[in-house]
Write a protein that binds this ligand. Structure first.
Ligand code: 4AD
Ligand code: MG
Length: 460
């Protein structure tokens, strides 16, 4: 007999005389003549209730099925007289696939997120993290659906790279040199003897390669892991995170803002309409304001405000911030959150940022001091998208690279796209984990990633 998923069994329109169900025991309660099992197989949030009478040949096996054990049960799917579920399974035979010992850490009680992080290999067996990672899986596919319906090509950009896209110096080095005894030239490691014959790193963004493909294939997007060694132990940063990076040929900043807004609102509507069971867990147990916030995002256009206007609003607010608000400084998360949570009470797109705080590739505005950058800020998180129109004018781009001490020789291929048919184009990066935080109300980024990578933490 083939296995039926609990999700399928619970959604059945009719009883079944025989089904095979496999899963893990969440709880077992023994009465006088029978046992109740709550079984979960990860296919959905709900458990299947199983009833085993003591006259079964396999009844002794049930008695060994403690919390955490894996079992296979055949039985009859019948209408449940109990409240809260339509179906229950009356067991006929029971096989213990794997017992679980008494020190199983997920005994029935509420566990803190901090504790569950220390057992990240077991947390998918809890309601909350099962819901989280089902949502994560479905959202990844919804992102592909969004771009496919708009004729974007899905592009795989390299993980190992020789260039620092953001210029922030947050690259993890990749090397096969013997670090205890590296070959030296003039006292420095000789990377010409390294695997690639030059210094290599893990990518911080697929953008530069993405741009070259946009300048030939039109609209593309990447969706993959990116790596940053920024040593900030915050609730919004990880060393390894996933980014969605669309790049549009022949597009300007306005169209870029439009795409970012449409993507986020599409995904919010997707979870509201298609992930109701898992979403309800977060609305009930994690964030009481989640549904109102998501409805607000789904139904209302995002505001667009220049960086300069935002600085004026923050300065006039009378709020005391830890970091001073000065035109020309980057906004901190406290500023971004003030704007979205207290001032506007909705998502805001800030644009036209000071040139000096942004990356070399952003298109220079005519005012001589700002670039066509945009950040999408959302309540509860702050920045969720960072992007820009790209500088397509070769002379402006190389001048900016010189000012930032970037070696043109390293970017010859990138500059070629401006030499041959250079055209306006724009794109952005959406942090996938920050999106999940927005959609679930979970406040620590470590709890939306299966196995989070943060400074001094490389377990699992
Ligand atoms: O603003 P960022 O640095 O933009 C770029 O990397 C551009 N090259 C993207 C592009 O234009 N194609 O990063 C984009 C987004 C941020 O808005 C944030 O959501 C997320 O990536 N992000 C992080 N998420 C988790 N941990 C980190 N350390 C992150 N750094 C950025
Ligand atoms: Mg950014």
């Amino acid at each position: 007999m083939t296995r039926t998923l609990i999700k399928t069994a619970l959604a059945s329109e009719q009883p079944f005389t025989e089904l095979l169900i496999k899963g893990w025991v969440r709880t077992r309660r023994d009465s006088k003549n029978f046992s109740f099992l709550e079984l979960n197989d990860g296919s959905c949030l709900a458990n299947l209730q199983v009833i085993a009478q003591d006259d079964l040949t396999d009844y002794p096996v049930i008695q060994q099925a403690s919390t955490g054990a894996a079992v296979a049960i055949t039985g009859e799917l019948v209408e449940s007289p109990g409240k809260g579920q339509r179906w229950e399974l009356h067991a006929r035979s029971i096989e213990l696939l794997g017992s679980s010992s008494e020190d199983y850490p997920l005994q029935k009680k509420r566990h803190s997120d901090e504790f569950l992080r220390t057992i990240a290999h077991l947390r998918p067996r809890t309601n909350k993290y099962g819901a989280m990672f089902r949502l994560r899986s479905r959202l990844a596919l919804a992102i592909h659906d969004f771009f496919r319906s708009r004729e974007f090509h899905y592009l795989h950009t390299p993980i190992i790279t020789g260039s620092d896209c953001e210029g922030a110096g947050e690259m993890f080095q990749v090397t096969t040199l013997d670090l205890t005894n590296p070959p030296l030239v003039k006292g420095e490691p000789d990377f010409s003897q390294d695997f690639f014959g030059k210094q290599a790193s893990l990518t911080v963004s697929g953008q530069l390669c993405g741009e070259t493909f946009a300048m030939g294939m039109g609209n593309i997007y990447t969706f993959g892991p990116t790596f940053r060694s920024e040593n900030s132990n915050t609730s919004r940063h990880m060393a390894e995170f996933w980014m969605v990076e669309p790049e549009m040929a022949f597009a300007d900043l306005d169209e870029n803002m439009q795409l970012g807004e449409e993507l986020i609102r599409y995904l919010v509507k997707f979870v509201l309409n298609d992930c109701t069971e898992d979403l309800a867990l977060f609305a009930n147990f994690v964030d009481k304001e989640l549904m109102a916030r998501l409805q607000n995002i789904a139904n209302k256009a995002f505001l667009r405000v220049t960086y300069t206007e935002a600085v004026e609003i923050l300065t006039a607010s009378g709020q005391s911030f830890e970091f001073p608000v000065v035109w020309g400084n980057d906004l901190q998360s406290e500023h971004e959150r003030f704007l979205t949570e207290q001032h506007f009470k909705q998502p805001v797109i800030l644009y036209d940022y000071p040139t000096d705080i942004k990356a070399f590739y952003m298109r220079q505005n005519d005012d001589g001091k700002t670039v066509a950058a945009m950040d999408v800020l959302v309540p509860g998180i702050g920045e969720i998208i960072g992007g820009s129109q790209r500088e397509e004018r070769l002379d402006r781009l190389t001048q900016r690279m010189a000012e930032m001490n970037l070696d043109e020789a390293d970017y010859w291929w990138y500059l070629d796209t401006r030499r041959y048919g250079g055209a306006p184009h724009a794109g952005f990066g959406l942090g996938f984990e920050r999106l999940l935080m927005l959609l679930t109300g979970v406040t620590n980024i470590r709890d939306v990633m299966p196995f989070p990578r943060t400074p001094k933490n490389l377990e699992f």
